[in-house]
Design a protein around this ligand. Structure first.
Ligand SMILES: Nc1nc2c(c(=O)[nH]1)N[C@H]1C(S)=C(S)[C@@H](COP(=O)(O)O)O[C@H]1N2
Ligand SMILES: [Mo]
Length: 184
């Protein structure tokens, strides 16, 4: 198995890529809302997040603009632990991740619930820097990096699919790096 998907080249340092607005949120004012198709909408504060299970994951990160960074060390809370507390309704099929910069990206629950998907707050042993989405971002390493919403503010459970920022603008709805699944 090659280490890099088709069309990707390796970078040592994580580039910064976003729409340009990098919101600063102090940890004591940070919140994450889980709502939509759930039985129990819930808002997490920073200490609530840290009270949930904390795991380490080493993961490769593939951006559709052709860079990949291998073996990044992340720490954070598994997304399934967060979503479970809101009790997704049986008819929930997708989740929209909202960033504080207005960014949106959509995921099928099947991808969102995978073991490596985190709300990540630590990168390479240090607090996640603002430019990489700190205090906390979504990490969905099995999909192209545009699915990993920085500055996560809201996880909206949905009963049908809806496209996010890049998914409307021509990126693939699914975004599987290992299938060279870049555009629709
Ligand atoms: N909130 C937010 N998240 C975002 C983006 C963005 O513009 N806003 N850009 C995405 C894209 S296209 C990529 S490649 C990665 C880049 O993450 P990085 O800047 O930490 O390398 O963030 C993703 N998450
Ligand atoms: Mo990207």
């Amino acid at each position: 198995m090659p280490r890099l998907p088709t069309g990707q080249r390796e970078e040592d340092d994580l580039p910064v890529l976003d729409l340009g607005d990098q919101p600063e949120t102090p940890r004591d004012r940070w919140t994450l809302l889980v709502d939509g198709a759930v039985e129990a909408p819930i808002t997490f504060r920073w200490e609530d997040l840290l009270a949930l299970p904390q795991v380490e994951r080493a993961a490769d990160f593939h951006c559709v603009t052709a860079w990949s960074v291998l073996d990044l060390a992340w720490r954070g809370t598994p997304l399934d632990a967060i979503l479970a507390l809101a009790r997704p309704k049986a008819e929930a099929t997708h989740v929209m991740a909202h960033g504080r910069d207005g960014y949106l990206t959509n995921l099928p629950l099947e991808e969102a619930l995978k073991d490596d998907v985190l709300v990540a707050h630590t990168l390479r042993g240090a607090p996640l820097p603002t430019e990489h989405g700190g205090p906390a971002r979504l990490l969905v390493p099995q999909l192209y990096a545009w699915k990993s919403a920085k500055w996560i503010s809201r996880l909206e459970l949905m009963t049908h699919d809806r496209r996010g920022y890049w998914e409307i603008r021509g990126y693939s709805n699914t975004g599987y790096p290992w299938r060279d699944d870049r555009e629709w």
